[in-house]
Design a protein around this ligand. Structure first.
Ligand SMILES: *Cc1c(COP(=O)(O)O)cnc(C)c1O
Length: 428
């Protein structure tokens, strides 16, 4: 494939935008080469500035679960835009999407909308601190909760890909309040709680990890966290920015049967527009301003265009719950196709999958936490990435990312992808 125009645009971008991108994971630093510039996308396909068509397995890092430019979502945004794009005053559609979200997700009474997953997680932790009157938080190595200061401690995909697990600019004071635990290691969490008795406000976790590849929780892990939290008066925050409205209507809470105290959302909930949200039982949410003392605000929060896109997306998922089953079947089909091919070529790999999230690790051992994810062979991944790209299949340019399956993918697309893996496996 030819990427002449993309490369020229990247050169121009680098002069005025740091690294030529507005979010580091978009650059190809981990795999080499220049990023692809997109002109448009429809369904399961991206079209780039050089006229190439790519089958998309990133889908804007998760939001486009029904495919790009999905008509009900696009129409809702266009209709809304004609009536004004922002008022800074309440609108009915905010209540409509809140009612729908509360009806779909277990265990939440109230929800507040913000503009990104980062904002949602940052606000959720502030709320947990305000509610409990405690300062410290526990997060897990390899989990990503956005780029706010408290979370940039071993923060998974983006941060790890760029070699700065602990970012400069985060003060020692802030870093001290973030305690780091190993994913899927309940004993480790318990030891941390015991040595910080009475100081911990919350545990924040990706209930199904997606930012170190896809790593499901081992049996009993989330249940164990729930009971540790209950015993020690700690709030459990499920960061469902990736998993919310993707794995089921009710996200990971529904799938695992484990209740969180606060849940955060992003990605799918905005249908491709900038939306995040956090939600909890009324008793917790009532601590937020203007009802309570915990401050949180946003000029563009609940923006009508964003709410229109989100509402259209959630309506689609709520009215067609068979989508989740269909997505899981497609993902399983892809899993088996890739696994068979890599087996035929004697390539060492581990594939993790749950629902419509899947990751291919070029590692022999099972991948259960950040350390085992980091053992993957990055040289093999680079060859794999560029091989797929050259044959028209776009996967994330980092070995630490999950692939997001979209309902717009047909079985023909999946077969084409598996055939591409067959071709690429020969050069691995
Ligand atoms: C993407 C992501 C975030 C951050 O969301 P942004 O909208 O990029 O700020 C937070 N948590 C998880 C689990 C994510 O996958």
């Amino acid at each position: 494939m030819i990427y002449k125009r993309s490369s020229a645009l990247f050169t121009a971008a680098q002069k005025v935008i740091p690294g030529g991108v507005n979010s580091p994971v978009r650059a190809f630093k981990a795999v080499g080469g220049d990023p692809i510039f997109v002109t448009e996308a429809k369904g399961a396909y991206l079209y780039d500035e050089d006229g190439n068509r790519l089958i998309d397995y990133i889908n804007s890092w998760g939001p486009m679960i029904l495919g790009h430019a999905h008509p009900p979502v696009v129409n809702a945004v266009v209709d809304k835009a004609k009536k004004g794009t922002s008022f800074g005053m309440p609108t009915e559609i905010e209540t409509q999407i809140a009612e729908l979200a509360v009806s779909m997700v277990p265990n939440i009474d109230k929800i507040r909308f913000v503009n990104s997953g980062t904002e949602a997680c940052m606000s959720a932790v502030r709320l947990a601190r305000g509610y409990t009157g405690k300062d410290k938080i526990i997060k897990f190595a390899g989990c990503y909760h956005g780029h706010s200061d408290s979370f940039l401690i071993q923060a998974g995909s983006g941060a790890v890909t760029f070699g700065s697990p602990n970012s400069p600019g985060v003060t020692k004071g802030t870093a001290q309040d973030t305690l780091l635990a190993r994913y899927n290691d309940l004993d480790h969490v318990e030891r941390i709680i015991m040595s910080n008795q009475g100081e911990i406000a919350c545990i924040i976790i990706e209930p199904i990890a997606g930012n170190m590849g896809c790593i499901p929780p081992v049996k009993g892990f989330l249940e164990g966290l729930r009971s540790l939290c209950d015993t020690h008066g700690i709030l459990l925050i499920f960061d469902e920015v990736m998993t919310g409205f993707r794995l089921a209507k009710g996200g990971a809470q529904e799938l695992t049967g484990v209740d969180a105290d606060i849940v955060t959302f992003g990605k799918v909930i905005g249908g491709g527009l900038p939306v995040g949200a956090f939600a909890a039982r009324a008793e917790i949410m009532n601590h937020l301003a203007p009802l309570g003392p915990v401050y949180q605000a946003g000029t563009l929060s609940g923006n009508p265009l964003a709410m229109a896109a989100g509402l259209a997306m959630l309506n689609e998922l709520n009215n067609n719950p068979e989508i989740f089953k269909s997505l899981a079947s497609k993902t399983e089909y892809l899993h088996h196709g890739i696994a068979n091919t890599l087996d035929e070529h004697n390539i060492t790999y581990t594939i993790n999958r749950i629902g419509s999230m899947i990751s291919v690790h070029f590692a022999g051992d099972t991948v259960v936490d950040f350390d085992t994810a980091a053992k993957g062979n990055n040289d093999t991944f680079k060859k794999f990435f560029h091989g797929m790209l050259d044959n028209g299949v776009y996967i994330a340019p980092s070995a630490f990312e999950t692939w997001f399956i979209t309902e717009a993918l047909t079985y023909e697309d999946l077969d084409e992808t598996i055939a591409t893996v067959q071709k690429v496996a020969k050069i691995l």
